[in-house]
Design a protein around this ligand. Structure first.
Ligand code: NCD
Length: 358
């Protein structure tokens, strides 16, 4: 198996994402990642294994005995949550996932409270965390930082796994995992994810969750992807290039209502104005036709679902919240289960949880 210690940083960095996968796998993990950096590390068998493990953890956790067993699984591990970009759900669900498995946690949520404020490099900070912890879960506004740190750590005397909890405008692989788990659960008795139509709407240009999920969906058969956005925020070319290369049926549109009529899942996203190059630039874009409200709810098929990575602003009207097809609250909770499954697998405990007597 290829290892990150076998390859120099520049050579590794230049590889196409899919070619990086073997370098990031867990030894004897049957394809399961050690470092989780991008969606391209997950193929269908791995996604199915993770969803099955998340289901199992969810079930075991229902009884006190089961919950106490889960808490013992990783009671010997510590994780550092290093979030230098705002987060509520991603931070809390990773924290809760650690708690379910008994992992002790530490956190930095603001670079101003760490030595980076005194001018310490990211490399030195990460090296510091690796002295005290067994895993780093990190979110950063810097694209590629998690990847660089994974290489650095693998080549250090204390290699520990990194989970990318959002890197710049680029990728958010664990969000895509929870989105897949939500689709997996929603369509469990409706033929699975194969053959479904997923409509993405909103800021598709800067939404990292869209890039990661769009990629993961290519693992399933005949999934149609529809991208609905204002011209200024349309889906980027690199996403389209992947879909073209994989022969995926996709459409770029600016008509949300037409797309909703044919949707199995509508994935709404927020305008990511924190990335605006000049302040207030996004506010000048007409986004009025890219919101999901009472009208769209009427057009959505009876078995269709509404998703959102959250936080939301006004792109989903609150009148939709109590509709049984509104999946965003359950989607958020699914994040805790699938992240617990990923963390357990990263440390090699998939088999023992799957086969335990609870
Ligand atoms: C997303 C993110 O941070 O990329 N949210 C999340 O992780 N749940 C999307 C967003 O902030 O709009």
């Amino acid at each position: 198996m290829a290892r990150l210690t076998d390859i120099g940083w520049n050579e590794f960095h230049a590889l196409p994402l899919e070619a990086k996968r073997p370098y990031l796998e867990r030894v004897e993990g049957g394809g399961m990642p050690y470092h989780t950096l991008f969606a391209q590390q997950f193929d269908r068998p791995i996604l199915e294994r993770l969803c099955a493990l998340a289901n199992r953890i969810r079930f075991i956790n229902k009884s006190k005995e089961g919950a106490l067993y889960l808490k013992s699984v990783l009671a010997h591990k510590r994780a550092m949550l290093y979030f230098s970009q705002p987060s509520s759900r991603t931070f809390l669900s990773h924290l809760a996932a650690c708690q379910i498995l008994g992992v002790t946690t530490g956190s930095v949520r603001d670079a101003a409270t760490s030595s980076e404020f005194k001018g310490e490099s990211h490399e030195d900070s990460i090296r510091t965390f690796s002295s005290y912890f067994d895993m780093i879960i990190m979110r950063s506004p810097e694209q590629g930082l998690a990847e660089k740190m994974s290489w650095e750590l693998s080549n250090s005397s204390r290699p520990i796994p990194i989970l990318n909890a959002g890197s710049g405008k680029d990728q958010h692989p664990t969000q895509a995992l929870l989105d897949i788990y939500t689709l997996f659960r929603s369509f469990e008795n409706k033929g699975g994810i194969d053959g479904k139509t997923v409509v993405f709407c909103g800021d598709l240009m800067r939404g990292r969750t869209v890039r990661s999920l769009s990629y993961l969906l290519t693992n399933f058969k005949d999934v149609r992807q529809v991208f609905v956005a204002p011209q200024e925020l349309r889906v980027p070319d690199d996403v389209i290039a992947v879909l073209e290369e994989k022969g995926v049926d996709f459409k770029v549109s600016d008509d949300l209502q037409a797309a909703v009529r044919t949707a199995d899942a509508v994935y709404m996203t927020r305008i990511q104005d924190e990335w605006d190059e000049s302040k207030g630039a996004s506010a000048k874009i007409d986004t009025s036709r890219f919101k999901f409200g009472a009208e769209e709810l009427k057009l959505l098929p009876a078995d269709g679902i509404i998703m959102h990575p959250l936080p939301r602003r006004d792109e989903i009207a609150t009148c939709c919240d109590h509709d049984p097809r509104a999946m965003y609250w359950r989607q958020m909770r699914n994040g805790m289960w699938i992240r617990a499954a990923l963390i357990a697998s990263t440390f090699g405990f998939e088999k023992s949880i799957m086969e335990c007597g609870y």
